[in-house]
Write a protein that binds this ligand. Sequence first.
Ligand code: ADP
Length: 226
Amino acid sequence: MPSGPLVKATALHKTYRTGADEPIRACDDVSVEVERGEIVAVTGPSGSGKSTLLHLIGALDSPDDGTIVVDGTEITALKRRRLPEYRRRIGFVFQRFHLLPTLTAADNVAAPLLPYKTAFDKHAKAAELLDAVGLKGRETALPAKLSGGQQQRVAIARALVNDPVLLLADEPTGNLDSRTGEEIVDMLFELRERLGTTMMIATHDAGLAERCDRVVRVRDGKVTDA
Ligand code: ADP
């Protein structure tokens, strides 16, 4: 295992230019480090650049400038064709769950593995993860038959199916009532205990942020307090 922080992002810049409008500096000289096993909250008002930062670290988008090293690999130096391989090592969780409506809970969890040959049984792994997120017995349920909190649990199990080195969660409780949101956060902490997964959670939920090991605050694309 390479030494040093799991994530080291240095001097990231990302500007969006949309037609006649002023360019938007969504990421303006951002540097962030995340230690292995740490759960870091990224907070700030809507539009401050939280999602952009997570997208850059997950290589869903690329910075205009700056470097990102994850688990010893400089992803900002990787050839474009190598990026899918990197993204498979990252788990993504979104506010709106993004489950495939015609697949059962278990098939949604196993879906990222289906194109690949694995040395283990994909469906056994999906069942194991559904158990870990508290959904044992709901393997064959379709998403429409599950509550919002249960759907987010399925989405989290899916994000973990590739044994990611890093879980990136963008407003994971944003679509849930506060009690269900609390349950999801409890579960993320339990998963960290069990699997040691490092997490970055973008949120404007102050309660959630407070529970994390550390808070990185962003405003107008800048880190104001790391
Ligand atoms: P947050 O997650 O904190 O709400 P975002 O990272 O989504 O913030 O957005 C930061 C700024 O960048 C916002 O002003 C947003 O409108 C802008 N932005 C984000 N993505 C794009 C895009 N693909 N094209 C143009 N502007 C974008």
